[in-house]
Design a protein around this ligand. Sequence first.
Ligand SMILES: Nc1nc2c(c(=O)[nH]1)N[C@H]1C(S)=C(S)[C@@H](COP(=O)(O)O)O[C@H]1N2
Ligand SMILES: [Mo]
Length: 530
Amino acid sequence: MTSIDSSSDLAGHLPTAPVSMRAVPSAISGVLAAATSLAVGHLVAGLLAPAASPLLAVGSTLVDLAPQPVKAIAIDTFGENDKAALLIAISLVLVVIAAAIGLVASRRLAVGVGAVAGVGAIGAVAALARPVAVPTDALPSLFGAAIGVLVLVLLIAPERLGRVGRVLLDPGLADAPRPERRRFLVAAGAAVGLTLVAGGLGAILASARRTAIGRIAVPVATDPAPVLPAGAALKIPGIAPFYTPNADFYRVDTALDVPVVDPATWRLRVHGMVDREIDLTFDDLLQLPTIERDITLTCVSNQVGGGYVGTARWIGVPLRTILDMAGVRPGADQIVSRSVDGMTIGTPTAVALDGRDAMLALAMNGEPLPAVHGFPVRMLVPGLYGYVSATKWLVDIELTTFAAYDPYWVQRGWAPRGPIKTMARIDTPRPLTPAAAGAVMVGGVAWAQHRGVERVEVRIDEGDWHEATLSKVDTVDTWRQWTFAWTATPGRHLIEARATDGTGMIQTGDRAEPFPDGATGWHSILVPVA
Ligand SMILES: Nc1nc2c(c(=O)[nH]1)N[C@H]1C(S)=C(S)[C@@H](COP(=O)(O)O)O[C@H]1N2
Ligand SMILES: [Mo]
């Protein structure tokens, strides 16, 4: 074996003996090459561009490319774990591809090398295709692929690396019994070590980036929220609390890796159809008057009875303040806001400026915005679903028209305007959970942001509608809790609830899926009573 030195012939055919590695070590070689490649890519990304880490870049591109039904199924099946599920799925597919590459490489090394390079190229292209990509974003995948090729050759045909391979794999081993096996184990051990070290360093760099960010103080609101009326925030077992704790607040976004935005370097650019472009720093923003408001946020993807809804007390700068500074030109009927990771969200200008408490929020329930909820600045417009109003990690606001530009979700078929639909949700009893006959408290929450909830009604087994008792109104922009005292009789019962909004409109019972403008229908549950 030591007689073969074909270092100049990496991509060609083996001149003498064909590589005759058995299947299992070949497949392992492919997987180790992939693992090392991803880890090194992750490390390079940690140094250069976190979002360009190969797995994240490919994952993010898949998120953007996924057709609507696939997205809907993923969200329904995995809920808020959809991101983890996607990364696991990509990793599993990659293990299979990598094992196949290893098998191919053991027969035709050049083909295997070409395949590793090809996979690296896919990573690089995915990174470059991100909306906010810069050319260096290709580097993590390219570096990773180079290391992947090296590891593959080292494991499958170290003699092809010539002197380099011999030095790397200690010539002393040649005297050992079964030197090839020993060489393979040494090389495999080195690949595992490199994977752990590079991957670990990459992870440390990523978390260092997060912790390096300066803490911000929660601003004292110039215009505090009105005192919460007594009876507006009831504590009833089984019913969602009026204020959703930050840790329990639903999270919906396309960000596979939570963007890290440093307030020290944060900028907000306001441009497009405005009289004066403006460019604000975080300190500039903090100089402006702030409002404190309770707002219930809802996701258009929320199924009837679902949990993608929550209420928080927010502090922020009124959006109007910023737009007035820039001077919105007539005709600019759409505000397109952008996040640091390139998400675009379009909001009707007329709605944002009709006097409701649209804001650039800085604080949530007495804390700076949590990273997953858009730190340091996000947009909020009461009454509109999040996908048309609630841009997290906000960095850019462009005044434009609906005719001129379709933002991210609209490009994918969702409605350009997304007013929140009236909805009552039953939180207790739990569906299909046996209850004891007698007094049973039925209860939940209902929302119809910016119109307010006027009434909630409940019916049992499609009988008459009964009015539920509502918590006191906080504002028209918040949900209300409701309860209904039910005398349960033995048997299986169907419980349904519906709300009426502040304009007197009763929530429709027609069932519709969330796509394209929000689910409708009455929430219903089946409860066995013994
Ligand atoms: N940058 C960014 N902002 C975003 C999104 C996103 O994917 N990226 N998703 C929007 C959607 S669809 C919703 S419902 C809300 C959810 O906000 P939350 O995660 O804080 O509850 O954020 C909105 N803002
Ligand atoms: Mo959403």
